[in-house]
Design a protein around this ligand. Structure first.
Ligand code: AGP
Length: 611
């Protein structure tokens, strides 16, 4: 979703801002723009489409200057076009702003400003904010900092902003509420961005702004951060572990393929130091033993792929720790007036750590007294900081919009969490703990073996590229795998795909079965094997074609199926991780053959920071 970059320092800002925008492309956007202060003028360039379009536009323009802000926009208010793209500029062309989030009371503010003579050029909520800042600055004859603080006090909604003023060309004011903003502190230069990726080659010293904080970034002066009442805030400078190579494709044609193939390594990182002498050790559990021993119920909140991981987490926690678990879409949970007590634990799962609905669900759960545990990837993200405790999945930056390595990392962490809770509460057999720990230890190797399916799946994908619909079916631990397989396919290939519990097929979806509709069964050797065999027979009996994910050596399902993708033998609880590999590869190759933009599918954003 929208991305912000800002720079103030000793160097020309244009190349830094443009490179930064390219780094933020993965978040999803439909237009881009840049504003640079030079000779007390704000030069503003905006373009619909990709950052490369903006670069073309800027080729013949003045891009000089050492202070600027830039933006990638994912449209919310007003269609994606040059005019609605950010930055937005005030009526007198004095002040420019970039903004992520939504100003909910923008129409009320707009009407009031119109009455004071303000004219508007765009349909955006953001233009209202910049006009308001200018109006306050002019009326109150105050500094940019005071005008921004006053304007924000009138705003209802979510925002991360960076504001510049041509009359104070040595200052950027930045602020956040429910939308991420991070400041990079370099050598005589300061960066502002939605995440650290735009400036990681210049500095790894970062300050994460908290909600309701305002940063005053002045050339040649140390960073100052204040609260909304203008009181100084403490500045916590952190050192980030992120390298530029993690943000590049490393020879792969797409980030998604790179991320699929990285999984043996990323799962190794996820597991590192957490299996000790055949036991699982998670500091989030050992530090909060009493909370986990006294819990009555766990509620998992998440969206999209993370919600699918949550469904697997439910099975795992119920099986191993015998705690009742509910799984909720964060977007539904937040408005459901849920019954929550201080004996409940809410587990929030989010790769990006910035998903607005999940963040709101956490806030609600905390207000109602629950202990909130996070399962996040992005270190220092809003969700990681909003939760009481948690476990990072440590799979490195995920750039492809379609989540792959984050999903397997989430399920791996949930497996460890469930096992650790089972041990803590004495609800899981010691032999099972040993078996799961041993399988987790072997997981990177099992994924490496599974990735050998790549070539055969690439061939298989050609057969199915022109299908209009797919059905994905699984049972037990692999019902969520079916949902996730279907989501992967529809996200990147735009083929309609539905995931169902296999036994539910006979209650409706079976009507769809014909030779045009491929059904993907996730059918490894587990307790549901015989049941799923009969589900496959039901599809075959109606002329449907069947692609099955099976355990190597399973002749019975191999003979029934038209195509198989065979994965290594693995304990049932870990089969969703291994089975997800062929499903990711199938979706990827179908999308590539269809010529789709795999890493940045239409309409989708990596980090969904609006409702
Ligand atoms: C996954 O492929 C999707 N792009 C999407 O469903 C994603 O999982 C969802 O938006 C939640 O994101 P989060 O994990 O960053 O909270």
């Amino acid at each position: 979703m929208c991305g912000i970059v800002g720079y103030i320092g000793k160097n020309d800002c244009y190349p830094i801002l443009i490179k930064g925008l390219h780094r933020l492309e993965y978040r999803g956007y439909d237009s881009a723009g840049i504003a640079i202060v030079h000779n007390n003028i704000i030069n503003l360039y905006k373009s619909r489409g990709k950052v490369s379009e903006l670069e073309k536009l800027c080729e013949s323009k003045c891009t000089e200057g050492t202070l600027g802000i830039a933006h990638t926009r994912w449209a919310t208010h007003g269609e994606p076009n040059d005019t609605n793209a950010h930055p937005h500029i005030s009526q007198d062309s004095n002040i420019a702003i970039v903004h992520n989030g939504t100003i909910e009371n923008y129409s009320v503010l707009k009407e009031a400003l119109k009455e004071h003579g303000c004219e508007f050029q765009t349909e955006t909520d953001t233009e209202v904010l910049v006009q308001l800042i200018e109006y306050i600055k002019d009326t109150n004859k105050c500094s940019l900092q005071s005008a921004v603080i006053e304007a924000l006090s009138q705003v209802i909604g979510a925002y991360a902003i960076a504001v510049i003023d041509k009359n104070t060309p040595d200052t950027i004011i930045a602020a956040r509420k429910s939308s991420p903003l991070v400041i990079g502190i370099g050598d005589d230069e300061t960066f502002i961005a939605s995440d650290a990726t735009p400036f990681i080659e210049y500095t790894n010293q970062v300050v994460y702004l908290n909600d309701d904080e305002i940063a005053i970034v002045k050339r040649g002066e140390p960073l100052k951060v204040v609260k909304s009442n203008n009181e100084p805030s403490e500045i916590d400078i952190q050192t980030l572990k992120l390298s530029v190579s993690q943000l590049e494709k490393g020879g792969y044609p797409h980030f998604m393929l790179k991320e699929i193939f990285e999984q043996p390594e990323t799962l190794g990182d996820c597991l590192r130091g957490r299996i000790v002498d055949g036991h699982i050790q998670l500091s989030g559990v050992t530090d909060n033993k009493d909370v986990f021993l006294n819990v009555n119920r766990i509620i998992i909140v998440a969206c999209g792929t993370s919600w699918h991981a949550g469904l697997i987490g439910k099975r795992l926690i119920q099986d191993f720790a015998r705690i009742p678990v509910e799984v909720e879409y964060a977007s539904e949970f937040r408005y459901s007036n849920p019954v929550i007590t201080d004996k409940d634990i809410v587990i929030a799962i989010s790769q990006s750590g910035e998903t607005a609905d999940t963040l709101a669900a956490i806030q609600l759960a905390k207000q109602r007294g629950a202990f909130v545990y996070g399962v996040c990837n992005v270190v220092g993200s809003s969700i990681a900081r909003a939760t009481d405790s948690g476990t990072y999945i440590h799979v490195g930056p995920e750039i492809g919009v379609a989540s792959t390595k984050a999903f397997t990392g989430q399920v791996t962490v949930l497996t460890m969490l469930a096992t650790a809770l089972g041990e803590l509460r004495g609800t899981v057999d010691k032999d099972i703990v040993k078996k799961v720990a041993a399988a987790l230890y072997r997981l990177p190797d099992l994924i490496t073996q599974t990735l050998q399916l790549n070539e055969s799946i690439e061939k298989l994908a050609r057969t199915f590229t022109y299908c209009h619909n797919f059905l994905y079916l699984g049972r037990g631990y692999n019902y969520p795998s079916a949902l996730e397989g279907a989501l992967k396919l529809k996200e990147i290939s735009y083929i309609h795909a539905e995931g169902y519990p296999a036994a539910e097929m006979k209650h409706g979806p079976i009507a769809l079965i014909d030779k045009e509709l491929p059904t993907v069964f996730i059918a490894p050797n587990d307790v549901m094997h015989e049941k799923i065999v009969s589900n496959i027979q039901q599809v075959k009996a109606r002329g449907g074609s069947v692609i099955s994910v099976i355990t190597k050596g399973d002749k019975e399902i191999a003979e029934l199926s038209d195509h198989v993708m065979a994965i290594p033998e693995v304990p049932e609880c870990l089969s969703p991780v291994v089975a997800s590999i062929p499903l990711q590869l199938l979706a990827y190759h179908i999308a590539v053959v269809k010529g789709c933009n795999v890493d940045m599918p239409r309409n989708l954003a990596k980090s969904v920071t609006v409702e």
